[in-house]
Design a protein. Structure first.
Length: 362
């Protein structure tokens, strides 16, 4: 079977779906690979590296699509490329099945199998394929590094002959994978860390990393069966706002990571809360692309409000594209391995397999 991949729009997405390390693994499984000339050059992966593994290189995307039964991407390709897809081909990637439902339905009508990996079930067997966790881990780490770089004071406590510099106080909003990595990173760098989440199960995880979990009095556990956060009640939101407003008076840096799958990001840092933030404080909003966790977040802009800087990057992983590509490519390889019938050398779309059934766009 032939697998192909082509570049995303590099101005918005620098990651790759197939690294040389993973190309070798696909070829050892018996796949043939088709990639464009210069596919990994921007990340330091030379054409010769791919060619020496047995990858066939093409001048244009049309030849790659024509030559491939399986096409692996980061996101959903643009309309021009989608128009080149043929019946019985398989597209695998993070296709944003909810927001791209119309385009994916059109592909389904053309009898193209689409697997959207953000829909993976949170089961043990799927952990090695979990693109959301692998990418969120890196995002949480990098958000802290970026926020600390903009913050104009030292992070750890420093005792000097001239006096003591107090440790920076960091609040992490949302204690999922990105949030937990942000807590761990900030703690390692000497900050005092606080965290809040609607899922009570997060309390133990936050505390195990050395963070202080902010508990809303009488809080209910707002967690779906799949382990994601769900919409909070109005009563919970009110209590959370009161607790946050008071906490913000002592906070220097806020890392926002709170997301609800398929919905706009919850607005957690409201306008009236900004009066409690100290001038010079930093907010790094990882939820910017879904509307942001603050009312002032703007995508790909640094906004200043009352002396507070709000950073809202659309794709922070573009700042770690090699590490992010390595993890993403491994996740997808594990997914394809589960989908591939090695004996008969074909895809086995077995809908009794929960991983396949949940990710196949129907």
């Amino acid at each position: 079977m032939h697998i192909g991949s082509f570049l995303e729009n590099k101005s918005v997405e620098k990651r790759l779906a197939i690294t040389p390390e993973i190309a070798k693994k696909y070829i050892s499984l018996g796949f043939k690979l088709s990639l464009p000339i210069g596919y990994g050059a921007h990340l330091g992966f030379d054409d010769k590296e791919y060619k020496n593994l047995g990858v066939e290189l093409f001048n244009n995307e049309k030849d790659i699509i024509d030559n491939s039964e399986i096409i692996i991407q980061l996101g959903l390709p643009d309309d021009e490329k989608l128009s080149l897809f043929k019946e019985n081909q398989t597209l695998v990637g993070s296709l944003n099945a909810i927001s791209n439902s119309e385009k994916l339905n059109n592909l389904k009508k053309k009898k193209i199998n689409c697997f959207s990996l953000e829909l993976l079930p949170r089961i043990t067997r799927a952990q090695s394929m979990d693109i959301l966790s692998s990418q969120a881990n890196l995002a949480g780490y990098k958000a802290v590094i970026e926020a600390f770089q903009v913050y104009e004071k030292a992070i750890p406590m420093m005792m000097t002959a001239a006096g003591t510099i107090p440790a920076a106080k960091v609040l992490v909003v949302g204690a999922g994978v990105a949030g937990l990595q942000a807590i761990a990173t900030a703690k390692r760098m000497g900050a005092i860390v606080f965290a809040t989440d609607v899922r009570m199960a997060s309390k133990e995880q936050v505390e195990s990393l050395g963070g202080k979990f902010l508990t809303v009095e009488g809080a209910e556990n707002l967690e779906t069966e799949g382990g994601y956060a769900k919409e909070a009640t109005e009563d919970f939101k009110k209590k959370q706002e009161e607790l946050l407003s008071e906490t913000l008076k002592k906070i220097d840096i806020i890392i926002c990571t709170a997301l609800i799958p398929g919905k706009e990001a919850p607005k957690i840092i409201k306008e009236d809360m900004f009066k409690n933030l100290q001038k010079g404080s930093i907010i790094y909003d990882l939820a910017a692309i879904q509307g942001g966790n603050t009312v002032f977040t703007e995508v790909n802009k640094t906004v200043e409000k009352d002396g507070v800087k709000i950073l809202g990057e659309a794709n922070i992983l573009n700042k770690l594209p090699v590490s992010a590509s390595n993890l993403y490519a491994k996740n997808v390889f594990n997914f394809i391995s589960n989908l591939y019938d090695k004996e008969n050398k074909k895809l086995n779309i077995n809908l009794e397999d929960e991983i396949i059934e949940k990710t196949l766009v129907k």
